[in-house]
Design a protein around this ligand. Structure first.
Ligand SMILES: [Zn+2]
Ligand SMILES: [Zn+2]
Ligand SMILES: [Zn+2]
Length: 169
């Protein structure tokens, strides 16, 4: 590792005539009470409810759809809360996040922890998971040829599933 970035632009700091007097160090918070646990119980239970709704569906679904289903089942949960749990589950890698070509974000519970891709039906949202041996090699070669390292990739494939195709006839 020999390359070092120099700071962009000049390093001289403009000195203004009236410098603010330092207010001194930030007052440290006194040894207060220990932080409360990050998540209250209720949120955990609602998180489990959101996860259960996802597990019951083979299709990618939007936060609005999941919220609507939970409300219809009598769950008292707000859309913002649904979003928050979906975001956390996505961060944990428990659910996959899919961005439709039209921009809608959808979520689906995934049984695979491994890196994988989806082929998604544009009509009904049903999806299948697939590995990507060809893509890995292609992405690595592309990145190397352009001088990039630490390569990752994200690809989703869309189409019309056999069931939807049959229903159209
Ligand atoms: Zn998946
Ligand atoms: Zn379909
Ligand atoms: Zn891949």
């Amino acid at each position: 590792m020999s390359e070092h970035r120099s700071p962009a632009g000049s390093t001289s700091v403009p000195v203004t005539g009236s410098q603010q007097p330092s207010a001194g160090p930030e007052p440290l918070p006194a040894a207060g009470p220990p932080r409360p646990p990050a998540r209250p119980r209720r949120a955990t239970r609602q998180g489990a409810t959101v996860l259960a709704a996802l597990r019951a569906s083979p299709s990618f679904r939007s936060a609005q759809e999941i919220h609507g289903q939970l409300r219809a089942e009598g769950e008292r949960i707000g859309l913002t809360t649904v979003y928050r749990h979906l975001q956390r589950l996505a961060d944990e890698g428990t659910v996959d996040v899919l961005r439709q070509p039209e921009g809608e974000v959808q979520y689906r519970y995934c049984r695979s922890d491994e890196h994988h891709h989806h082929i998604v039906c544009r009509v009904c949202g049903r999806s299948a998971e697939t590995e990507c041996p060809e893509l890995v090699g292609w992405a690595e070669r592309l990145a190397e040829s352009l001088g990039y390292s630490d390569v990752s990739h994200a690809v989703e494939v869309f189409g019309v599933c056999a069931g939807c195709r049959a229903a159209r006839r």
